[in-house]
Ligand binder design. Structure first.
Ligand code: SAM
Length: 288
């Protein structure tokens, strides 16, 4: 980066051009978001930032742009990301929370609202805590439990819950194993499980394959493994009439709904993400 570049706006434009030439997706967004976070101003305000940047700020921005050119995601560079109203810190064990998952939370909130902001919620595979913390923040009347197999993910999820001032009961668990100590039945089960088959890894963007934890992404050789395990293992934990909201990958909606039906769940359909693609499968556990 030229040291002579004067204003924040010039710096960010120059960085965006370099990112674009390097083939980085959404170069303008990356350049602007990184600079706005560095300066502590809103993205739209970068263009109006009048103060001269210090040498330290320029040097840090240069380092961040170089990392982005190597396809490191913006959230990994910053060490945090935004999800609904939340700022969530990340470590190498936690998936970067996605905007698609925000629509899964919308579906979960609708289910909670039908019960009147109460009930027991279980988030399986909580990662950074995104889903559980968003629900806790937006529907404070619920009792919320969240699990993950990764102790590293649980560590950052606990930190995020504390920073966002919500109470979540976190449990280290392999899907639902060992959760029978919960003394109340779960009224809403929500999960964004790993649903990408391992052989699809090479088709993923480097931002995802190189930087997100593989435990969070890949389901193993078979894409439905986690859905099958959730349907097979969770019924003893669920109340009669419990709602089940599962994030699904492209093309998985009908298969996941049919799979759930085979395990005795009532399929209620799917809901779209912001782009209109099926992103949440909705089912109900009728009880035994
Ligand atoms: C797709 S990520 C979702 C993370 C977070 N809920 C979100 O939406 O951003 C899947 C999560 O499941 C966890 N996981 C993988 N295998 C698991 C297992 N056997 N039992 C519980 N959690 C598991 C991963 O560590 C990861 O945090």
């Amino acid at each position: 980066m030229r040291t002579g570049a004067a204003s924040a706006r010039e710096l960010s434009r120059e960085a965006a051009t370099r990112l674009e030439r390097a083939g980085v997706p959404e170069p303008i967004a990356s350049a602007e978001v990184l600079l706005s976070e560095l300066l502590g101003v809103g993205r739209a305000d970068v263009a109006f930032y009048d103060e001269p940047l210090t040498d330290e700020q320029r040097a840090l921005y240069e380092t961040w742009i170089s990392r982005r050119m190597e396809r490191e995601p913006v959230q990994r560079i910053l060490g945090y990301g935004y999800f609904r109203n939340l700022k969530l810190y990340l470590n190498e064990h936690a998936l970067v929370p996605r905007p698609d998952t925000e629509s899964v939370v919308d579906v979960a909130l609708e289910c909670i609202d039908r019960r009147g902001d109460r009930g027991v919620v279980l988030d399986i595979g909580t990662g950074s805590g995104a889903i559980a913390i968003a629900i806790a923040q937006e529907r404070p009347g619920c009792e919320i439990h969240a699990t993950d197999l990764s102790e590293g993910a649980l560590k950052i999820a606990r930190h995020n819950a504390e920073l966002n001032g919500v109470e979540i009961h976190f449990h280290g668990a392999d899907v639902a194993a060992g959760l029978d100590f919960l003394n109340k039945r779960v009224d809403l089960l929500v999960s964004n499980p790993p649903y990408i088959p391992s052989d699809a890894a090479t088709r993923l963007a480097p931002e995802v394959h190189r930087w997100d934890p593989h435990l969070a992404l890949y389901s193993g050789p078979e894409e439905l493994t986690f859905f099958r395990r959730i349907f097979a293992e969770t019924p003893p934990l669920l109340s009669a009439g419990a709602d089940v909201v599962l994030e699904i990958g492209d093309g998985q909606a009908e298969t996941v709904l049919a799979l759930g039906e085979g395990f005795g769940f009532t399929p209620l359909g799917w809901r779209p993400d912001l782009a209109g693609s099926p992103r949440a499968a909705l089912l109900r556990w009728p009880g035994r």
